[in-house]
Write a protein that binds this ligand. Structure first.
Ligand code: NAP
Length: 272
């Protein structure tokens, strides 16, 4: 039991298809105890059975990260019910839909600010507010996507947010290293979730990745969950500031996958 004796908080479970659920589930299977959060009243009832499943029916807390008072209240709940915690999973992102399709140059300023606040600044704020309840050797994990490193069609505003998130991971890792706190990100391959449904032509991205990744398959929330569990566990105690790809190897490709015919003539694997 790799996570036996570890306690943590998981932000960003919307349903059982959420990446955060995959991570929470992997941690639970390895003996961790946890608390999870919900965004608002609508999600409280939806998340109750999931909390039950994860063994934390009594530790289901409200936290909309755009409301600083809810992050402060989260710290108080953790202190009261759990004492200290050993890990934080930040699996949250949001961008208004006008930032996720159309021309990049047309992104409105207010959409830009919302995406940065919810998807990036919230990581800094959550870690700062929860720092007093973090144990020595605590581990923080957030979620990124390749669209923050390279151009991906329609990812537009979220690409900028993920690039900023990845640098935030590195600066936070340096700053908190002296306190023994590690900060890492997983850059996950595309997965059909609620958040992904907001990205224009997401089905095309899924097919493209499957055809062109070295492993020729898309990743699941369980793949990301197991890698996430490793980054939250002591197995990775010398790893910090890392952007760890869990994407069937897609990020190493310098051009789309090709196959060769009997005359050694290349053609694209995916004809579209
Ligand atoms: P998801 O299930 O929809 O999870 C996104 C979560 O963010 C939801 O629980 C959502 O809550 C929460 N959230 C949004 N605004 C919030 C706020 N103001 N306060 C608190 N929580 C808020 O989708 P997901 O794909 O698992 O996304 C999790 C993370 O993985 C995101 O950072 C995403 O960018 C990243 N990621 C996803 C993929 C992919 O292909 N799916 C790939 C790489 C990285 P509500 O649903 O309750 O609004």
């Amino acid at each position: 039991m790799i996570m036996k004796g570890k306690k943590g908080i998981v932000l960003g479970i919307a349903n059982k298809r959420s990446i955060a659920y995959g991570i929470a589930n992997a941690c639970r299977e390895q003996g961790a105890e946890m608390a999870i959060t919900f965004l608002n009243d609508r999600f409280e009832t939806k998340l109750a059975p999931i909390a039950e499943d994860l063994g934390c029916a009594q530790r289901l807390y409200r936290c909309d990260v755009s409301k600083p008072e809810e992050i402060t209240a989260l710290r108080a709940s953790i202190a009261k019910d759990m004492g200290e915690i050993d890990f934080i999973v930040h699996s949250i992102a949001f961008a208004p839909k006008e930032g996720l399709s159309g021309r990049f140059i047309d992104i409105p300023k207010d959409a830009f600010e919302i995406a940065m606040n919810i998807s990036v600044y919230s990581l800094i704020e959550v870690v700062r507010e929860l720092k007093p309840v973090l144990s020595d050797n605590a581990s923080v994990l957030t979620l990124s996507y390749y669209g923050g490193a390279k151009y991906i069609p329609n990812y537009n505003l979220m690409g900028i947010a993920k690039a900023t998130l990845e640098m935030t991971v590195k600066y936070l890792a340096e700053d908190l290293g002296k306190d023994g706190i590690r900060v890492n990100a997983i850059s996950a391959g595309p997965i059909k979730t609620l958040a992904a449904a907001g990205i224009g032509e997401f089905g095309f991205i899924l097919k493209w990745n499957e055809a062109n990744a070295p492993l020729k398959k898309n990743v699941s929330i369980h793949d990301v969950g197991n890698s996430g569990m490793y980054l939250l566990s002591d197995l990775s105690r010398a790893v910090t500031g890392e952007i760890h790809y869990v994407d069937s190897g897609y990020n190493v490709m310098g051009m789309p996958a090709v196959e060769f015919d009997e005359n050694n003539k290349p053609s694209l694997v995916w004809k579209g």
